[in-house]
Design a protein around this ligand. Structure first.
Ligand code: SAM
Length: 263
């Protein structure tokens, strides 16, 4: 099996059985815009930011942020970046991105839609960043190709070493008796790049700080209920479980940098 097919097949393994999904009041895959918002926790000194910043000129540089969320990847590059483009399929995330750009007093463009479907409407940029989005993308080859052909300098991709939902695998076993997958991993993504003959450099870095909302302990139980497709009636059980079992947070992230082909 090709690496890109293995990537898609492993992602398909995360599907939640229909009988569990039918009982869920909100989608377990829903992402909260507040979790990905730019706030005072934003770390501009991460390895990924340094690698991306090296692609920017001292003035007038542009960043394209694909799967931008609230813009934590691109806003870490302002300054020196003077133009930030965000692409996201979620309107709530894009509104958060635009608000962050306004607060940073930087020119911005928000493009709603799915990458690479909206790639032809998206300007090219000096550097393309894509953080924490690859595990959402089954059809990874056109996604990566469109990143590459939008970067004049380089693409900088960040993904957790393991699928982030693997943090909840033990809880799935506890509450539903279900074994969840562990792949794909960042190494599977490296295999995809190799298959595409993309010459990428790969580093590891510690997980950067989350937003204040993402770190807020008060969000843990509601998040767990949603992710585990459990109703409010299980709130006390989930709280007691989490007191004794911290989710297996993925604390290492992989950074990939490869050259773009845009002119
Ligand atoms: C886990 S969040 C990460 C947000 C941000 N990059 C960060 O690191 O804080 C993933 C984001 O990617 C978006 N997304 C996922 N697949 C996408 C696609 N194919 N095209 C555009 N946006 C996508 C989601 O809506 C979400 O905002």
């Amino acid at each position: 099996m090709r690496a890109s097919e293995r990537w898609a097949a492993q992602l398909a393994g995360w599907a939640i059985p229909d009988e569990i999904l039918e009982g869920a009041s909100t989608s377990p895959w829903q992402l909260d815009a507040a979790t990905f918002a730019v706030d005072d926790t934003l770390d501009r000194s991460t390895l990924a930011a340094a690698i991306a910043r090296a692609e920017l000129p001292a003035a007038g540089g542009s960043v394209l942020d694909v799967g931008c969320g609230g813009g934590r990847a691109s806003m870490a590059l302002v300054p020196p970046a003077e133009f930030v483009i965000g692409v996201d399929e979620s309107h709530a995330m894009l509104a958060s991105f635009s608000g962050a750009a306004d607060a940073a007093v930087v020119e911005s463009l928000a493009i709603p839609g799915r990458w690479p479907d909206v790639a032809s409407d998206t300007p090219r940029a000096d550097v393309v960043v894509c953080h924490h989005t690859a595990y959402n993308v089954a059809d990874i080859v056109p996604f990566v190709d469109a990143l590459t052909d939008h970067a004049r300098g380089a693409v900088v991709m960040v993904l957790p070493a393991l699928h982030p939902r693997s943090a909840w695998n033990e809880a799935w076993k506890h509450f539903w008796g279900l074994d969840r997958p562990t792949g794909p991993t960042a190494s599977d993504f490296a295999d995809v790049l190799a298959e595409l003959r993309i010459d990428a450099v790969r580093w590891e870095m510690p997980r950067p700080a989350l937003s204040r909302h993402g770190e807020d302990p008060a969000t843990l139980v509601p998040t767990a209920l949603r992710i585990l497709c459990l109703g409010e009636d299980r709130r006390d059980d989930v709280a007691a479980y989490l007191d004794a079992h911290e989710p297996a947070w993925v604390r290492m992230h992989d950074v990939f940098r490869w050259s773009g082909t845009a002119r």
